[in-house]
Design a protein around this ligand. Sequence first.
Ligand code: DGP
Length: 113
Amino acid sequence: MSDCLFCKIAEGQIPSNKVYEDELVYAFRDINPQAKTHVLIIPRKHIGSCAEINGENSKIIAHIFEVIPKIAKSEGLVNGFRVISNCGPDACQSVHHLHFHILGGEQMSDKMA
Ligand code: DGP
């Protein structure tokens, strides 16, 4: 999508602090970290949110979930980590390109909402 912030980040048009990339996904540090380690992983292909996951794009989602433990390992998140995707207004999604937050590096709250 031409006017999508995360499409531009994945394409290198907007700078980011890269953590991982391959042909399907791009991962980078969140600009406003909510934990000691806060990485975002996104598909290169524009998918708006979890609400747009379907049989046509679910292979990319499966790939994201194969990459997440690799990132967790390379970030040293040996004591656990949290994966969150905000979907839609009730969940306060602010960037409308599917992304998964990977949070860790410290003890987090047992509350998720
Ligand atoms: P969400 O609220 O779930 O849609 O999360 C969007 C996240 O994206 C939020 O934690 C802040 C992050 N973010 C927004 N703009 C930028 C940016 O330009 N660069 C980086 N690295 N992160 C951004």
